[in-house]
Design a protein around this ligand. Sequence first.
Ligand code: KIV
Ligand code: NA
Length: 277
Amino acid sequence: KIVKSTTDFIKMKEKQEKIVMITAYDYPAAKFSEEAGVDMILVGDSLGMVVLGYDSTMPVTVEDMIHHSKAVRRGAKDTFIVVDMPFGSYHGDVNETLKTAVKMMQETGANALKVEGAGEVLEVIKKLTNAGIPVVAHLGLQPQQSGVLGGYKVQGKTAEQAEQLLKEAKEVEAAGACAVVLECIPHQLTEAVTTQLTIPTIGIGAGPEADGQVLVFHDLLRFGNHHIPKFVESFAFVGDEVERGIKAYTKAVKCNAFPTLQHSFTMKEEELLQIYG
Ligand code: KIV
Ligand code: NA
């Protein structure tokens, strides 16, 4: 098996073959995802919310991203891995950003990095791409902006906002982005962006017209008790199984049903005699 490349994803778009992306934050999730045949894995900064228990993605650090991405790479050696640059790591001096990006690529073995937004982020997309780092853009709802936006809301609903987003999509493509995630926008806008760009669009809460789809691992599997957005479909109920299993274990230990001698190791009779005579 060979890791797919950014040009493979453009070919998939041309052939209208859907691109499947899922987030993963650790070794087993990455391994399950690769074995299921997903096309791309995103080590999203959503890890702050679904596995680290923060209220937003803001507290997530570059070191957190590197730590989790290394585990994901160990679990998915043959899959294209995209890693999020976390909050605050790409809005300063662009040369500093490049240093951070190079460190993230080298230490994790990722195939691409993802940054949210256009505007001043266009310079970052250009700089990293010119340095040989594939960049995935992220437009529409940008969770790292939730403090400024006042929450997590659908974006691009008015004609003006939609035109702005379409303009930004063209700008991130021109800046060199290899793909663009579109989060929480009306499906008609997704269709417009998708038909007007050469690079693939990957939707989340963005309707069926995108070239690909991404969902958060813990959301689509119902794993955890975090808030799940309404656009998510439940493909399994892992949380229920985990709850059932841990309760059963607790009960079994409390009432001496586990462990039994079947789960134990036994010393030979003659060895015992040497101790107790
Ligand atoms: O962090 C993340 O999981 C993401 C996806 C929702 C696109 O950025
Ligand atoms: Na993210």
